[in-house]
Design a protein around this ligand. Structure first.
Ligand code: 89Y
Length: 342
């Protein structure tokens, strides 16, 4: 099979991990980079031996022969760059969060559908090794029918040092971590019927909210509580781990610190460790996320090669985007939101 030729659009913080993650896979060839500030793209092109660099996406798409683009720019440019690629018949991979507004996300899904190009979202948290193991144990039926769950991402890690633009977002934690956490809830427990959300702005140095608590009734009846915070000063700083506690009729599953999963029934507790692969290029402070990029990319590549359907298509991820914006609406109105009519 011929290698798929692609370009990376945007060479900020995440490109430093997304590029080497692509290079772990057979079957792709990175032929060009774009960045608004060209010198930044040149640095990465030099590091990874990438032949072409552009500061215009229009030019890049015009000149290069591409099978897909991987868009890793800030959220406001996701839609225009998606449209440019889709209209050229080029498949699109777009970083989460898909779009700044639900209506824009819908337009992105629609335009790719109309142009008949694959549209995939780089949503990697659900690909973290401990979450995959948890899902496998959940599917084994050992804890029986699940009635409630708690998914928790609460940290005091200074995320703004590496990603200063996060401090400038009017809507912060639900778009940034909520996109991941709410996607994990869907991955583990299915679709949502209703939700209620409350937010807080604790850190006054940033524009948006840094705490969000979302209580969901899943379509299958499970009560699911998603807690997100970047204002949590806790004895154990857990960044960037997601903790999950699931309770079923025969027992519980607990994904807790250091990638440990504990399955408890009336007979006792069994323990698994699901550590991420430590690739040489990862930043240890982000290990479990950076490692999951490879698995997310592999799933997307299999889709583009026509082997399987990816989990995080645009159509699928639109449901996560819906939850993010329904959570804002709920917090704003202090009201329960019915997702089926939102
Ligand atoms: O931007 C975020 C992400 O996707 O994972 C963690 C992060 O870097 C900061 O919340």
């Amino acid at each position: 099979m011929n290698k798929l030729r692609f370009a990376v659009i945007g060479t900020g913080f995440w490109a430093n991990y997304q590029i080497p993650a692509w290079l772990e896979l057979e079957g792709v060839e990175l032929v060009a980079l774009y960045n608004r500030t060209k010198s930044k793209a040149e640095q990465l092109a030099h590091k990874y031996n990438i032949p072409a660099v552009y500061d215009s996406v229009e030019k890049l798409i015009e000149i290069e022969k591409l099978d897909f683009v991987d868009i890793i720019t800030d959220v406001d440019t996701h839609a225009p760059f998606t449209e440019l690629a889709a209209k050229k018949g080029i498949a699109v991979i777009c970083q989460k969060p898909m779009a700044p507004r639900l209506s824009i996300a819908k337009e992105m899904v629609d335009i790719c559908h109309r142009q008949q190009v694959p549209f995939l979202i780089h949503e990697n948290f659900r690909w973290q090794s401990p979450l995959r193991k948890l899902k496998e144990l959940l599917n084994s039926g050992r804890i029986g029918n699940v009635f409630k769950a708690r998914v928790m991402f609460c940290s005091g890690f200074p995320v703004f040092d590496n990603q200063p633009f996060l401090a400038e977002l009017d809507e912060f934690i639900l778009t940034d971590i909520g996109s991941h956490t709410l996607d994990i809830c869907r991955f583990l427990f299915g679709e949502v019927d209703t939700l209620f959300c409350q937010t807080h702005s604790v850190n006054k140095k940033i524009k948006g909210e840094d705490v969000a608590n979302v209580f969901m009734k899943m379509h299958n009846g499970i009560s699911c509580y998603a807690e997100m915070s970047y204002a949590s000063i806790l004895e154990y700083e857990s960044f960037p781990q997601t903790f999950v506690l699931v309770e079923g009729e025969y027992g519980s599953l607990h994904l807790t610190k250091d990638f440990e999963i504990r399955l408890t029934t009336r007979d006792g507790t069994e323990i698994w460790k699901a550590e991420p692969i430590l690739y040489p290029w990862i930043d240890p402070a982000y290990a479990v996320i950076h490692s999951s990029i490879v698995d997310c990319n592999r799933d997307i590549l299999n889709h583009l090669q026509g082997k399987t359907n990816a989990e995080t298509t645009g159509v699928d991820n639109f449901e996560t985007v819906r939850l993010v914006h329904a959570s804002y609406a709920s917090a704003k109105k202090n009201q329960l939101i019915n997702i089926n009519t939102f």
